[in-house]
Design a protein around this ligand. Sequence first.
Ligand code: IMP
Ligand code: MG
Length: 201
Amino acid sequence: MNSKADNIVEILVTQEAIEQRVAELGGEITAAYRDRLPLLVGVLKGCTLFMSDLVKLIDTPLEMDFISLVSYGSMTRPSGAARITKDLDCVIEGRDVLLVEGIIDTGMTAGYLLRNLEARQPRSIRVCTLLDKPARRIVKIPIAYRGFEIPDRFVVGYGLDFRQIYRNLPYIGVLSDKITGLDRNAATRHSHRDSGLTRPG
Ligand code: IMP
Ligand code: MG
């Protein structure tokens, strides 16, 4: 029988470490946004587990909304172009917005979203990400709340997927190169995977 942990070669961030860090972030966000009725904007789908745990640990009234987009290009060759496939339900003009991401890698997705959302004239906008993978950063992103900085490995779990699978792991794990085909030395052999759309989140 298959297990949800099949092909996980290493646990990078344990469930306990996530719980502790999310509680700390919740405390910081509570202090910063007290009495401001912040709007937390989750970037689907990678934000889902993080955001649902985080909001429970924020002790001030808040609202939640979600946005979804597709990026053009691939994991190994991101293009920077993106399109919103599910926009926010609410108007953010004059609001204190906190963008909640599962992971920031090249920064292209967050960069696109920040430009798009800033044009709607929120009162403030900040970024909160569970994971920060700075090694591949192309677009500089100001990160106000960061869970963990991680090395340049392809990770899954706690909302993050590989081809839509593995989101339901309660920890952040490293997926075998055999599965991702992202083994740098074998990159050319797997270049057929580099096609079309990647869905952030
Ligand atoms: P960006 O490169 O910062 O634009 O990130 C684009 C998207 O790629 C993220 O929102 C994630 O959905 C996905 N991504 C980047 N690195 C990883 C990873 O290690 N595991 C799973 N998804 C990732
Ligand atoms: Mg994904």
